[in-house]
Write a protein that binds this ligand. Structure first.
Ligand SMILES: [Zn+2]
Length: 465
């Protein structure tokens, strides 16, 4: 059932004008938003509309006491790293990689990715996230999770280009096969049921980073992306050491190297991009396909230093927010990320007016949706996909409501979300997950994660600055 009338709610549309409608209603037909307006004053008019929706086999949903807003998207993450939640605590970036994360991942099984992604899907849907931009291994298992959960995702199979024995599950040729498998399924039909949900999946190429991938390999990936018209998703410039090392090896900054190798020519998500100089920002400004995805909780937890986005904002570079992997966040609550982004931006700039108003929400909705490959999502407006959530405001930490946007940025928690729709299909129904067997997933994921980190450990590659 993808046709419904949501009535009596406050609508925070996040459209260009920032429209807020106090006693609003939204009509959704066949998964698309048809009308967004105030509830008609004439009760008969509303009754006629309700009857019309019911005649169309639709549903009438009462949103009294709730806020309706665009569903959130997660602009950069590693969903299956739910298995490493709480496994790599209180460590700097190099030790985090070398002693815990890459060691645990040396025991990673394909089935672990399936259950790790399923666990992440439950968590994300519960906190109002309908789409994510994932960068990991064995991505067919993540694609199956996206298909079955009813979510949307941009999916990159991470490759290193430093020798076949160091790749996890596939080299570049293997990841291109992954892309073709899911692209073919997606273009088979626009209809969700006929395509089995593959139209909600955007496969992309995922070279790990300029600090692991050799420059020649980056050029090879860029050429493959250009030939096939594929987006890219890559980590870049996370520390001063990475920038220094890149300059020594190549004579360029990491962003300069990516530009030179053609990685920035098309549509690309740059995860992090923390240490950028003026030339880097100028390069990004010229490339309209670039989105920089920031994950502020990871930066604070791993003490990664500067996080100011002012230069990127001033240059008009597209921004998104993400959680990063739960090995460094440690959860996937995009409301927490939006709030942390706002607080951190004020803190680092010493300017309380920074990241004001609905900007943090926009970066967690429209901005992140663009990074995931769904630029039409992230706004409540006619003609857009019905990617929507209801947030219960009948809670003490959300009253009074002097400023609904301020409460959404600074007070809402993921657990306040009661209902979630993706393309008009309900994924969370008054707090109940519709598409996921949560009890089974919690049990299986807990056992498998424990087994994975308990495996005999072996070093697969080394992070060094
Ligand atoms: Zn990452």
């Amino acid at each position: 059932m993808r046709t419904f009338l949501l009535e009596n709610c406050t609508i925070v549309s996040l459209d260009d004008e920032g429209t807020i409608i106090d006693d609003g209603m939204v009509v959704v037909r066949d998964g698309l938003i048809e009308r967004v307006e105030a509830v008609p004053e004439d009760p008969e008019e509303l009754e006629d509309l309700e009857a019309d929706i019911l005649d169309d086999d639709g549903e009438v949903v009462d949103g009294d006491g709730k806020i309706l807003m665009p569903a959130l998207f997660n602009g950069h993450c590693h969903a299956a790293m739910t298995f490493e939640r709480g496994w790599a605590e209180d460590l700097p970036l190099d030790r985090w990689f070398n002693e815990r994360i890459w060691v645990a991942e040396s025991a990673l099984q394909e089935e672990d990715v399936l259950w790790g992604a399923r666990l992440a899907a439950c968590e994300m849907i519960r906190s109002g996230v309908v789409g994510f931009n994932d960068h990991y291994f064995y991505m067919d298992r993540v694609a199956e999770t996206v298909r079955d959960s009813g979510m949307k995702a941009g999916l990159a199979w991470c490759v290193f280009g430093i020798g076949k024995d160091k790749e996890v599950g596939a080299d570049l040729a293997g990841t291109l096969e992954f892309v073709e498998r899911w692209r073919t399924a997606a273009t088979a039909s626009d209809d969700d049921e006929a395509s089995d949900g593959a139209d909600r999946i955007r496969p992309v190429l995922g070279p790990h980073s300029p600090y692991v991938c050799p420059p020649e390999f980056l050029g090879e990936v860029a050429a493959a992306a250009r030939d096939r018209n594929l987006p890219l998703h890559i980590h870049v410039a996370e520390s001063p050491g990475q920038v220094e090392q890149c300059r020594e090896r190549t004579g360029r900054t990491p962003v300069g190297l990516l530009a030179e190798r053609g990685i920035l020519d098309g549509v690309v998500t740059l995860a992090h991009g923390l240490y950028l100089d003026g030339d880097d920002v100028a390069l990004l400004k010229e490339r309209t396909g670039v989105t920089v995805a920031r994950c502020p909780i990871t930066y604070m937890k791993l003490a990664m230093g500067t996080t100011d986005v002012s230069a990127l904002v001033e240059a008009g570079v597209a921004l998104a927010l993400g959680t990063d992997g739960p090995g460094s966040n440690n959860d996937m609550d995009m409301f927490a990320v939006a709030r942390t982004f706002a607080l951190l931006q004020k803190h680092v700039t010493g300017d309380a007016t920074a990241a004001a108003g609905d900007l943090p929400l926009r970066l967690a909705t429209r901005g992140a949706a663009r990074a995931c490959g769904f630029p039409e999502s992230g706004v409540v407006a006619p003609g857009r996909p019905a990617d929507l959530i209801l947030v219960d405001f009948e809670r003490p930490h959300l009253r009074p409501v002097h400023d609904v946007v301020a409460n959404l940025v600074h007070c809402v928690r993921g657990g306040d979300v009661t209902d979630v729709w993706c393309n008009g299909r309900r994924l969370l129904d008054e707090g109940e997950l519709v598409t996921m067997d949560e009890a089974e997933i919690l049990a299986e994921a807990s056992v498998r994660a424990r087994t994975m980190v308990g495996q005999p450990l072996r070093m697969v590659r080394e992070y060094r600055e």
